[in-house]
Ligand binder design. Structure first.
Ligand code: ZN
Length: 503
């Protein structure tokens, strides 16, 4: 077969896979937003059926033949050409589907749906013993998955490679060690500071309907396109990409908590801007798709924290917020509001953690996951190991397992080696923002005027439009001239928090 004809056939195959993925995205979005409880079983059948179809399509020997024809052709000579990138990334998908037996995929789907229910019960009854046998099964299945894939010599790396192609746990361990040293020092200085924020400002009465209107107004102002997306409410905020013209985000609102709903929106808007910024002409192929979870998270964190928790951002938006929430915010000064939304406090909960302690929560999970997969840590010892690690890295002890090792749902859903992508997101975001500032000048000036298009256009050109041309670490290096590096993050945090806390 001619290489060009093979490439056309490969693109068709890729777009068909993307169509199936987008169908599951729509079904999941519906399941998490509006589906009545009675739909659970049928939805499970629909999802399992589509998962089977996707597996068969990805494992199809004709798909492999097309890849073999193209691997030898002149089309892939330039490793950065569209064709070479698409062949490289579709090869990964084919490799995974042919190596991991269909039975194992189905078993994982079945066990994890039970495990998620048992995890919920275990949390309600604050009893790790309920979840333990299920976590044992999940860990055993993930080991089998890693051994059948065998992309890397180390099991953890093989699983990590699925979420963050090219990332290695030894590099991450070094990154975490360096980050921890600097963050612990900064945290000690903040804890000792005399200034304290008045966080009660954020716990006044914020009527939910007005929170939605304010959140949508800000989302549109930073660039979220409501013609090509929508906002709904769910208990756990997420985003879903149904297609190039349809990106959905969700948040949750509480009338006595401004931050939860608002920053939930801004975080998911960051994810959505990445999806809305992908190249529509390349849709359905790897060069038109997001590169990794870490890079995705970097976009979310950048808009939520770097932009959305900056003083300049609120210089523009606080007057509007005062008009929308006069009972809560009339008379609240910019400095006090800015301090309140940036409170740093050591705690036992990851989701509620601030920018500084967040990465220490991730470090705990990274260490435990590695030990679980290698076999150094038996599942039965997870609660004790969790509490030890929290004492060591954060200086706190969770009062019980529900608020300790049972707080996250990732493991019950079969997601092991996922957590480090959150910290990679923070590291990438800081590097990207430092470079954007170098290229565009001090961004607090346009932010204070409510102008965000300069930054968004820069991200579109440098990150979104690159698709999967480079793996995340290489993309960061390509853009900033430096491989992943914790220092820009530490410097940015040090600058921001020494000013806020007066240290
Ligand atoms: Zn996120």
């Amino acid at each position: 077969m001619q290489a060009h004809a093979a490439y056309e056939a490969l693109l068709r195959h890729s777009r068909e896979q993307a169509l199936l993925v987008s169908c599951t995205e729509l079904l999941s979005w519906d399941e998490l937003t509006y589906m009545p409880r009675g739909g659970v079983e049928h939805r499970g059948n629909q999802m399992a059926y589509l998962a089977g179809l996707m597996h068969d399509q990805a494992a199809d020997p004709r798909f492999g033949e097309l890849l073999d024809v193209l691997q030898q052709s002149e089309l892939v000579q330039d490793p950065l050409s569209d064709a070479a990138v698409n062949v490289r990334e579709l090869r990964r998908i084919h490799h995974r589907a042919t190596r991991v037996p269909r039975g194992l995929v189905e078993e994982m789907a079945r066990i994890s749906s039970f495990a998620q229910q048992e995890w919920n019960d275990a949390r309600k009854q604050t009893s790790f013993a309920i979840f333990q046998p299920w976590l044992e099964r999940i860990v055993a299945l993930k080991r089998r998955e890693a051994d059948s894939l065998a992309t890397c010599p180390d099991r953890y790396d093989t699983l990590l490679d699925d979420y963050e192609p090219g990332a290695r746990s030894d590099d991450l361990a070094r990154l975490f060690a360096a980050l921890r040293n600097d963050l612990v020092l900064l945290l000690a200085a903040i804890t000792g500071a005399r200034r304290k924020p008045n966080v009660l400002i954020l716990r006044r009465d914020f009527p939910v309907e007005r929170q939605r209107i304010f959140g949508e107004t800000v989302a549109a102002a930073v660039g979220f396109d409501f013609e090509r997306g929508r906002l709904d409410t769910t208990p756990h905020p997420f985003f879903g990409s149904i297609g190039p013209g349809d990106v959905r985000i969700t948040t949750r609102f509480h009338a006595d908590n401004f931050s939860d709903g608002f920053f939930g929106i801004l975080h998911e808007v960051g994810h959505a801007l990445y999806e809305q910024g992908l190249d529509p002409a390349r849709q359905g192929t790897p060069v038109g798709d997001s590169v990794s979870l870490g890079m995705h998270e970097s976009q979310a964190r950048l808009w939520e924290n770097t932009v959305g928790r900056s003083r300049a951002f609120w210089k523009h938006f606080l007057p509007m917020a005062r008009r929308v929430f006069p009972e809560a915010l009339a008379g609240v000064r910019l400095d006090d509001f800015h301090f309140a939304i940036n409170r740093v406090q050591t705690g036992d909960n990851r989701v509620q953690a601030d920018e500084i302690t967040y990465n220490l929560h991730i470090l705990v999970r990274f260490e435990l996951e590695r030990a679980l997969l290698s076999g150094d840590l038996p599942v039965a010892d997870v609660p004790a190991a969790w509490n030890d690690a929290y004492r060591q890295h954060l200086g706190v002890t969770p009062p019980n397992d529900a608020e300790g090792c049972l707080q996250d749902g990732h493991w019950s859903a079969g997601m092991i080696a996922y957590f480090p992508t959150y910290t990679l997101g923070n590291v990438f975001a800081a590097q990207l923002f430092a470079k954007a500032t170098q290229d565009l000048g001090d961004l607090s000036v346009p932010f204070a005027r409510g102008e965000f298009a300069g930054l968004l256009d820069w991200l579109r050109a440098n990150v979104h439009r690159q698709g999967q041309r480079y793996h995340s670490a290489k993309l960061v290096e390509h853009i900033t001239g430096s491989p992943p590096d914790h220092r820009p993050l530490v410097e940015a945090l040090r600058r921001k928090y020494s000013e806020i806390y007066g240290i």
